[in-house]
Design a protein around this ligand. Structure first.
Ligand code: ATP
Ligand code: MG
Length: 446
């Protein structure tokens, strides 16, 4: 390329830059999620994450059945800051994720891709930090022979892309990558990956994203089950009216769409198990607040973005916030797609828009303690006022009279067992047995 007169091109030093870009804030689960974004964008319907522990030779592989890439496209894809046009529903934005997310976790990133059935349509390249350390050049190398089996196996007879991470220094830790603690650490991290993908892609996994087929996401051969933060399949979950907040940015108008929900109180859930599952990875108090979605992919979950504090009384309130990628600048999405910053111009409208949901959540929380024992969730409306005060007869939020009226003995026992410690459970079972014996035959098994 011709150099313009009076200009000097200064190419970044590969060794130092690639190594600093390893610390952009990714963790194992968020790095994997960034690659799943790419697979979804490539039209994949099945994405498989495999994690193999083999000491220093351990590897992580993310493979998909998407459109794949030609050799030239793959080379461009592997360039830092790769160029491409994005549509309004695309999950990608920076041209960095594939490289930066991967090399934040490993020292060798190999990518193989296949666009069709012919062998000639298979391409593969590798970023190897050891090579860059030696040469200080932005050079891709051919994947090592030792990686052939794991790299090419998923593309045996279908199009798609395979991303292989080797030399997992950041995942295993340097000290004893062969040791038992490294193995256990990896297993624990797989659980984190599963929980993260289940929530970040829950709308894709449940097949509710318009114009996209349902996504299957497998971790070590097992399907990931979506985690819906709003427990929408619980009959007692309340869905409040959506609200649109206009956002002006760089002379353009877009909308932030709010979908507010109030989840049921513990006794309103269909089973103790669904209550436990709805509580979420960080538990009820931390999981209240905003769930920010960009093109249906969850970026940030829980917390009120400093618009209000997380309070015990509003722990049942969860609000989906949706914005489109063309409003990215207004929301300052970060590279690892884990955070947004709400524009200051909408904070007041947002505070006003969430007032009804926090009010209903507060009422739902207090309602279970109400004097007549009826569940608040069934009878409170957004506009109703909360006059209910905690009942002095209630125990830790439970009103025994109300429970006895509405629940069977088995349900009460199940609820008690779900909150009891191991030593208490024995006693509860003993008392429940005595109680059942004392009941008339007809009611005993309910
Ligand atoms: N699994 C895949 N299948 C097909 N193409 C892919 C795949 N992964 C990456 N690509 C291509 O490589 C390009 C670069 O990916 P990369 O993740 O680095 O950046 P991006 O997705 O464009 O933006 P972002 O940095 O926000 O993720 C993508 O734009 C896409 O064209
Ligand atoms: Mg990407």
């Amino acid at each position: 390329m011709m150099q313009a007169l009076g200009t000097v091109e200064v190419i970044p030093a590969a060794r130092r830059l690639i190594s600093s870009l390893r610390d952009m804030g990714y963790e194992f689960p968020t790095a994997v999620a960034d690659l799943v974004d790419n697979s979804i964008e490539a039209g994949a319907t099945v994405v498989t994450v495999d994690v193999e522990f083999e000491g220093e030779d351990s590897w992580v592989r993310i493979s998909d059945n998407g459109a794949g890439m030609s050799s030239a496209t793959l080379r461009e894809a592997l360039r830092y800051g790769s160029s491409r046009k994005y549509s309004s529903t695309d999950l990608g934005k920076f041209g960095l994720g594939l490289k930066v997310a991967s090399l934040s976790q490993c020292q060798r990133l190999s990518v193989a891709s296949r666009t069709g059935r012919e062998r000639s349509e298979l391409a593969a390249y590798c970023w190897d930090l050891a090579h860059i350390e030696r040469t200080n050049r932005w050079e891709l190398v051919s994947p090592s022979r030792s990686s052939s089996q794991s790299l090419y196996a998923p593309l045996e007879d279908s199009s798609g892309t395979v991303v292989l991470w080797q030399r997992l220094d950041r995942i295993l830790g340097y000290d004893r990558p062969d040791g038992e603690s490294a193995r256990r650490r990896l297993i624990g991290m797989c659980r984190d990956v599963e929980a993260h993908l289940a929530v970040v892609f829950h709308r894709f996994l449940s097949g509710e994203v318009r114009g996209r087929p349902k996504l299957r996401l497998l971790l070590n051969g097992t399907d990931i089950v979506p985690w819906d933060p709003f427990a929408r399949d619980e009959p007692a979950t309340k869905r409040l009216d959506p609200v649109n907040i206009p956002v002006m940015h760089s002379g353009r108008r877009g909308d932030l769409v709010l979908e507010p929900f109030v989840l049921p109180h513990q006794s309103g859930f269909s089973s103790p198990e669904s209550f436990r599952r709805a509580s979420g990875p960080a538990n009820w108090n931390q999981q209240q607040g905003f769930y920010v979605y960009r093109a249906n992919r969850l970026i940030q979950s829980g917390g009120w973005c400093r618009i209000r504090t997380s309070d015990e009384h509003t722990k049942l309130a969860r609000v989906a916030l949706h914005f489109a990628p063309r409003m990215d600048d207004a929301f300052r999405v970060n590279v690892s797609k884990m955070r947004v910053q709400l524009p200051s111009s909408i904070r007041a409208s947002l505070a006003e828009a969430i007032a009804p949901v926090t009010k209903v959540a507060n009422e739902a929380y207090r309602g279970i303690r109400g004097a007549n024992g009826a569940s608040a969730i069934g009878r409170q409306s957004i506009h109703g006022s909360s006059k209910n005060r905690p009942n002095r007869n209630s125990v830790n939020g439970w009103n025994p009279a109300a429970l006895a009226e509405r629940l069977t003995v088995s349900q009460v026992v199940a609820h008690l067992l779900s909150v009891a410690r191991a030593d208490e459970q024995k006693i509860i079972r003993r008392v429940a047995g005595r109680l059942r014996k004392g009941l008339p035959q007809r009611r005993r098994m309910r």
